[in-house]
Ligand binder design. Structure first.
Ligand code: 5AD
Ligand code: SF4
Length: 476
């Protein structure tokens, strides 16, 4: 789900590698020519992309419009990611580029949003003097005030994390949208203390959003012509919202069903699932509702029980295998994908082999694969030695990538001859004579266009060819 290392993603659903740092753009309407303009780039997970849409809405309310032209912008925002060192490096490089633009246009403001804000506020504001604004993920409502104070020459900073903020009442402005698929953030933060992960520190405590506001957002999207929503959270299966009026508690399985009930033509996806929290009720909902997609992103991180324990993942290899079995038992046509980290602290060659065998055992349709990168402040940074040499981490990563490519290839070959219901997302990357779309299992399928059919339509496509990344077919 993260895009600081796009070359390592075999089939990247939510973050297209070419979209890294994509400039979001909202058409300027007539009469808005003199309004102030902001330019925003997003890095990292889907949640960050979704947050940028909340930021666009908040800025829109105080008269800003979006632009994709840095030179004409009054405010440059960069929504940052801290998950791995490389993501942070990328952001630093971009800030140096913006700094050059700012030298030619001194009134322009530059702001850092998101996960790097809390971690590096001091450095950005005081030492490097690269930015005018630093705003953490729970402080976006304060952006108009912070921009106003930055305009007077004061530094605008708010990195306070909240236990309540879910931005439930804010209607995101869909940026860079294909008009067919959209993200809906259903919760924020994370209470799982995976020892390698910085997210609990940068995004704070877990909190779930009002279920009715989620359903209302899905309904609005459907009425605007969208055909697919992805419910987002760091750990969606621990979604839990208590209705303050009735005391009734809505679980993730119940929320899924509520959103699926918006309309049978609105597809529902979700990400990310933690193996320890996904319940049979969620699997039954996937089985029982045609429009809940048969696809689960179920990160394993490592295939070895000792490493999983050091990672504080709270499950072991056997437990995970049983979970995968249960998924295939209840939803036989489900595709499962994963996140994998190689070279975590003290990982031996034998333990790494267990990760390789897990890819085959679980039959992942694809994985996001990374080598371990120590993050300051995490449990692992404090308690464990980052003792696997970089070359070894990278070698193990290349093995994981190789095995996953083989498994993905086999997975896709098995689809040849089968027919899938595909939601058309737009033209394929290669040709405007072809459409691209996804099946329920989240596989990208490319096929020749037919007259009278457009993006947003469902079509039945028979698969006649496959690589490890894409299926090819024809409308039947
Ligand atoms: N090093 C490498 N990969 C990491 N991830 C999270 N933290 C780190 C880290 N310190 C990966 C995990 C997670 C995904 C979003 O990013 O696989 O599931
Ligand atoms: Fe990080 Fe673990 Fe939370 Fe995912 S579940 S955001 S890996 S702490």
């Amino acid at each position: 789900m993260y895009n600081d290392n796009p070359t390592l993603n075999l089939q990247n659903k939510t973050i297209d590698p070419n979209k890294q740092g994509e400039v979001f753009f909202k058409e300027q309407k007539e009469g808005q020519e003199n309004k102030k303009k902001f330019y925003i780039e997003s890095y990292g997970c889907s949640m960050n992309f979704s947050d940028s849409e909340i930021v666009a809405s908040i800025l829109g309310d105080v008269g800003f419009t979006a632009t994709r032209n840095i030179e004409e912008s009054d405010l440059i925002l960069i929504n940052t990611c801290s998950i791995r060192e490389k993501a942070e490096e990328t952001v630093r490089k971009r800030l140096r580029v913006f700094d050059k633009t700012k030298k030619q246009k001194p009134d322009m403001l530059v702001g850092v949003l998101g996960c790097m804000a809390e971690r590096l506020k001091k450095k950005f504001l005081e030492e490097e003097k690269l930015v005018d604004l630093v705003v953490g993920p729970d402080a976006y409502r304060d952006l108009p005030n912070l921009v106003a104070s930055a305009e007077t020459g004061e530094k605008g900073i708010n990195v306070l994390l909240s236990r309540e903020e879910t931005y439930a009442d804010i209607s995101p402005v869909r940026l860079g949208s294909n008009g067919v698929t959209a993200f809906i953030s259903i919760m924020r933060g994370c209470d799982n203390m995976c020892s390698f992960c910085v997210v609990p520190f940068t995004r704070g405590r877990e909190r779930s959003r009002d279920a009715f506001s989620v359903v209302a957002e899905a309904t609005n999207l459907y009425n605007e012509g969208y055909k697919e929503v992805t419910l987002l959270g760091q750990n969606v299966d621990s979604y839990k919202w208590e209705n303050p009026e009735t005391g009734e508690v809505v679980s993730f399985a119940q929320l899924l069903v509520m959103v699926a009930a918006v309309h049978p033509d609105l597809r529902v996806r979700f990400s990310t699932s933690h193996p320890k929290d996904i319940t049979d009720d969620v699997l039954f909902a996937i089985r029982d509702y045609e429009n809940i997609c048969k696809y689960i992103h179920l990160p394993i991180q490592s295939g070895n029980s000792r490493i999983l324990d050091l990672m504080n993942r709270t499950y072991d290899r056997e437990w995970y295998i049983n979970k995968v079995k249960r998924i295939y038992e209840i939803v036989p046509d489900c595709a499962i994908s994963s996140d994998i980290i190689t070279g975590f602290c003290s990982e031996t060659e034998e333990e790494h082999q267990e990760t390789l065998s897990m890819i085959e055992l679980a039959r992942y349709s694809m994985s996001y694969m990374f080598f371990y990168s120590e993050r300051p402040g995490t449990l692992a940074a404090r308690k464990l030695e980052d003792d696997i040499p970089l070359e070894v981490k990278k070698k193990r990563l290349s093995e994981v990538i190789r095995i996953q490519a083989q498994v993905s290839y086999q997975h896709n070959q098995q689809d040849i001859g089968n027919t899938f219901k595909v939601l058309i997302e737009g033209d394929s990357k290669r040709s405007d004579k072809e459409f691209k779309g996804r099946n329920s299992q989240n596989k990208m399928i490319v096929f020749p266009k037919k007259s009278g059919i457009k993006a947003g339509d469902y079509v039945f496509v028979k698969v006649n060819d496959a690589t490890s990344v894409t299926l090819k077919g024809e409308i039947i």
